[in-house]
Design a protein. Structure first.
Ligand code: CS2
Length: 484
């Protein structure tokens, strides 16, 4: 039987495998990460792996909020896993940054102990947009069942904010210093939203002292994270086993491109982050808006229109010349018009790079993966841009196409009895089943105030363009929605 990846196996891996350049036995946990899914392991853990060469105190305690799958896969491998960079010339490396993997329901005390440990100075998170339990207005949703639970059951939280709050409360009681709480999710102003959710939790919990301590001692840097990371599939598992010569229970893949932009608040760790290739800036917002709108806005449009046209992957959708041209025009005209240039970011070149990344034939990125959580993604990716275009009197005919295609996607999935992965899935299925493929369907979706701000939903130009796009996408030739 093929051996499993482990510290012992590191020394005997084939020469072509890039290994950690530090002594793992000397590393110490300084980061607690919530949500150690594929993106965390492809992105932040990759950077932290570099940082460990100069600072052994930045190893990671990886905390899964629900599923035991990550712990079960990584613990028998001493926390090791492989990362394949999918390019014409792929590379494979073993990441050693994760020192332990914990599962929240099974290891509460171990997690609280880590959060209260003075050696831990960063708590980071990739829990997706929905993981912050925010209202459309950006406040903590105290009516959310898990938040309501955590406000009364501090010892057994369900939400990331609940875990962090109890951890910070114990940290303060133990006299330990503050830390940096680092959101690594695709939310505009992610640091500020994270901070607001945490402080509102403390207020709702009636712990004003703790809120004051957090306000003074805990920083919430904004950050922009970027690397296209398709889910792990069987092809990757087989490829990783072949290249490593040992079994890796959960290999990870991404494109070679990787970017992390972080704002103020890392304290003494800032220089280590910069040395590892992280861009430090006082203006994360400009990078974040450019990335969320140009890359993620285009991704969501490609996902829903691409699925409607029968494509399965991003590369296939980009090989469709009409769709590729449409998306390029959307980015260069409609989305760029909403962006103020960021110092050091040439938007034209940035768009060219994104399009080349989308065309990467070595990346098999399922449109269905990008189609998840539309109710959470569309507001940051397309609706903010739309509202600004309307306010500025700019045309919205192209911007609405991705939104209309999402509506067609929901209708199609519901009618087929296929899964809709979304926190609002129940409501969406109900709406989807009630749809008749008529423009009137649009009304049903616009009634969702959790997604569509009232002012936007009422805007005549938006409604007219959206209904037209929906009708065209629902018609016999959906490509008419892409016409100039
Ligand atoms: C994608 C993102 O699944 C999705 O919604 O748009 O995961 C995207 O690949 C990353 O944000 C790229 O950095």
């Amino acid at each position: 039987m093929t051996e499993r990846l482990s510290d012992a196996a590191l020394a005997v891996l084939p020469a072509g495998v890039i290994r950690p350049v530090y002594d793992r036995a000397q590393t110490r946990i300084g980061v607690v990460h919530f949500g150690p899914g594929a993106f965390h392991r492809a992105h932040q853990a990759f950077y932290l792996d570099r940082m460990l060469a100069s600072d052994p105190g930045l190893a990671v305690s990886a905390v899964s909020l629900r599923s035991d799958a990550v712990r079960a896969a990584l613990s028998p491998q001493d926390g090791l896993y492989s990362l394949t960079e999918r390019e014409a010339e792929p590379t494979i490396r073993v990441i050693g940054a994760i020192k332990e993997a914990l599962t929240a329901p099974a290891d509460p005390e171990a997690i609280f102990t880590r959060l209260a440990d003075p050696a831990v100075r960063i708590v980071s998170a990739t829990v997706t947009e929905k993981g912050y339990c925010l209202t459309p207005g950006g406040d903590l949703d105290t009516a959310h069942p898990d938040v309501a639970h955590d406000l009364t059951e501090a010892g057994a939280p369900r939400t990331m904010v609940g875990w962090l709050m109890e951890g910070l409360s114990r940290r303060r009681a133990a006299g330990a210093p503050g830390l940096a709480a680092l959101s690594c999710d695709n939310l505009s102003g992610n640091g500020a939203r994270f901070r607001r959710a945490v402080l509102q939790f403390a207020e709702a919990h009636g712990t004003a002292d703790l809120a004051r301590w957090i306000d003074g001692e805990v920083s919430f840097p904004d950050s922009m994270v970027d690397s296209i990371t398709p889910a792990t599939d069987e092809a990757l598992r087989a490829d990783a086993a072949r290249r490593l010569g040992v079994t890796d229970a959960w290999p990870i893949q991404r494109e070679r491109f990787v970017q992390w932009v972080v704002g103020p608040g890392l304290g003494a760790d800032a220089a280590t982050f910069a040395d590892a290739g992280v861009t430090l800036t006082g203006d994360v917002a400009a990078f974040e808006r450019a990335k969320l709108r140009l890359l993620n806005g285009a991704h969501s449009t490609l996902a829903y229109v691409g699925l409607r046209l029968g494509h399965a992957t991003v590369a296939q959708a980009m090989a469709d010349a009409r769709l590729a041209a449409f998306v390029e025009t959307l980015m260069r005209r409609d989305i760029t018009a909403s962006l103020a240039p960021a110092a050091g970011l040439d938007l034209d070149a940035y768009i060219g790079e994104i399009l080349a990344r989308f065309h990467n034939p070595a990346i098999v990125h399922q449109l269905s993966q990008i189609a998840w959580d539309g109710s959470q993604k569309l507001p940051f990716r397309l609706l903010e841009t739309l509202a600004e275009a309307l306010a500025a009197g700019r045309p919205v005919d192209r911007l609405v196409v991705g939104v209309a295609a999402w509506m067609v996607f929901v209708r199609t999935q519901a009618r087929a009895g296929a899964a809709i992965t979304d926190p609002l899935a129940d409501q969406l299925v109900e709406i989807g089943l009630a749809c008749a493929g008529e423009p009137a369907d649009v009304e049903r979706f616009l009634a969702l105030s959790a997604i569509f701000p009232r002012a936007l939903a009422a805007a005549p130009a938006f409604r007219a363009a959206l209904s037209q796009a929906y009708a065209r996408l629902s018609g016999p030739d959906p490509t008419t929605a892409l016409a100039e």
